[in-house]
Ligand binder design. Structure first.
Ligand code: PLP
Length: 350
């Protein structure tokens, strides 16, 4: 029954796809004389193709996340998982998805590349999740809803009950991008995938896990969804070098770093909220904070002048007047606050 619930949403060409079968798929074994993949036999550490199923890495991730291996897809960044969702479920030029706005820019780009219409629904007051408006934009060709919680660039996490109400009322795929969940006080939704085959939770090693340069994104989902994603991905989408380094870095605890970032977030938000040039500091469940200024462009330019680069969201609908500021090291945050204090002094002297 669950299988049908997903397969009815899959594009016909994907449902009937015979996936590429690698040499390592046809013979699996650790030891042997491998003359099957046209590799160079002289060992240098990387002369063999990597495991297309990433079994060791997934076993490690499974222990960390408390999610079985068969429910984990590992991609070349979350961006790969986002693209695969379009390619698996959305018929170009016919299907559509609904996404919240403002939110992460990749959903729109991946949709455009796949020739899929995106119906954007603006967040409500204080960036609340407009569940009924989102449902109202769906139709028979809506295959997926994209949510991001905690949301980029607004910083807030949506109430779990609201996300689940939406996921349960919608009969397509609900994607919840949890790139920032490790910085949130609320629980993520990964445990809900076992009750909800159409729920896909995206996570990443790029933020809290400090591996943005290695490009590892995860989709946590029903095993059939993971099977489909694995079938459509490039067979060797994660390199041997990446997997080795990631496995080592996963052994280094990042809990203390995350705790420090959260402490610094409170310090930065408190200092910002006292500044006269700041109109509003939005609540944050992420490692950044969205701040509304009287004159965001002027603040942005001032910070650039001091060699501090933040993200200018002034021209994003719903974020007018806002800069998105990543929480850095204490020294970096102090430098930011000092520069802003100088800007404030300067602007009130005019
Ligand atoms: C940073 C970020 C990601 C991470 O993408 P990767 O491709 O895994 O680096 C995903 N989603 C959102 C909303 C982000 O802000």
């Amino acid at each position: 029954m669950e299988r049908n619930d997903i397969d009815r949403l899959v594009r016909r060409n994907i449902a009937t796809l015979s996936p590429y079968s690698t040499a390592r798929d046809e013979y699996q074994g650790e030891l042997g004389t491998f003359l099957d993949a046209n590799e160079n036999p002289y060992e240098n550490g990387y002369n063999r193709y990597p495991d297309p199923h990433q079994r060791r890495l997934k076993t490690r991730l499974s222990a960390i996340k408390g999610v079985p291996v068969e429910n984990i897809f590992v991609g070349n960044g979350s961006d790969e998982a986002i693209d695969l969702i379009f390619r698996i479920f959305c018929e170009p030029h016919q299907d559509n998805v609904v996404a919240i706005a403002p939110s992460y820019g990749m959903y729109k780009v991946a949709a455009a590349i796949n020739d899929i219409e995106v119906r954007e629904v603006q967040l409500g007051d204080d960036f609340s999740l407009p569940v009924d408006a989102i449902l109202g934009r769906t139709d028979a060709n809506t295959k997926a809803i994209f949510l991001c919680s905690p949301n980029n660039p607004t910083g807030n996490a949506f109430p779990r009950g609201e996300i689940l109400r939406l996921a349960d009322a919608f009969d397509g795929i609900t994607v919840v991008d949890e790139a920032y969940i490790d910085f949130a006080e609320v629980e993520g939704l990964k445990d809900e995938i076992f009750r909800r085959p159409r729920l896909i939770v995206l996570q990443t090693l790029s933020k809290a896990w400090a591996m943005a340069g290695l490009r590892i994104g995860l989709a946590l989902a029903d095993s059939r969804v993971v099977e489909l994603m694995s079938m459509v991905k490039y067979p060797y989408n994660v390199s041997e070098a990446t997997m080795r380094i990631v496995k080592d870095l996963l052994d280094l605890p990042v809990d203390d770093q995350v705790a420090s970032i959260k402490t610094q977030r409170a310090v930065v938000m408190d200092a910002l909220s006292r500044m006269k040039v700041v109109r509003r500091v939005y609540p944050s469940d992420a490692n950044f904070v969205l701040v509304r200024f009287d004159d965001a462009d002027a603040v942005y330019d001032h910070l650039i002048g001091d060699g501090i680069i933040v993200r200018n969201r002034n021209r994003v609908k719903g974020c007018e007047g806002c800069l998105r500021i990543t929480i850095g090291l204490k020294e970096e945050n102090d430098k930011l606050l000092k520069s802003l204090a100088e800007y404030e002094t300067k602007s009130y002297l005019r």
